[in-house]
Design a protein. Structure first.
Length: 105
C-alpha cells in the first residue's frame, strides 16, 4: 500500500535526516535555496505524489509540501531503519506539473 511508505518516511524522519550529495547540491542552488527545515517540514507533513517501491536505492517516494512563503517543494525520500535519506529536493517547475503539483504535465 502506497500510504505505508509515507508512515515509514515519518518514522524514519523522527530519528534522523541524512542529506545525500545530490540533495545538497539541489537545495543550495541559487535559484532555489531550500532550507533543511523546509525539507523536514515536507517530510513530516507532505502529501504523497509518487511511490517508488523498486528504486535501486531502496523504497522511496516523492512528497509535496510547502516551505517559506508557501512555495511548493518536492522531495524524494527513502526511509531506512535509523534515518531518512533525502535523495533530492526541488521547487517543481509549473510547466512540468499540474497546477497543484501532484501530477506530471
Amino acid at each position: 500500500m502506497a500510504e505505508d511508505i509515507v508512515e515509514r518516511v515519518r518514522v524514519a524522519g523522527r530519528k534522523q535526516f541524512l542529506y545525500l550529495p545530490h540533495a545538497i547540491r539541489q537545495m543550495s542552488r541559487f535559484d532555489r535555496m531550500i532550507t533543511a527545515q523546509e525539507v523536514q517540514t515536507v517530510a513530516m507533513t507532505g502529501r504523497l505524489v509518487e511511490d517508488y517501491p523498486e528504486d535501486p536505492r531502496g523504497h522511496s517516494c516523492l512528497l509535496l509540501g510547502y516551505g517559506e512563503e508557501d512555495r511548493a517543494i518536492h522531495i524524494v525520500a527513502a526511509p531506512k531503519d535509523d534515518y531518512l535519506a533525502i535523495i533530492t529536493a526541488y521547487v517543481p517547475d509549473p510547466s512540468q506539473w499540474s497546477p497543484d503539483f501532484l501530477r506530471r504535465a
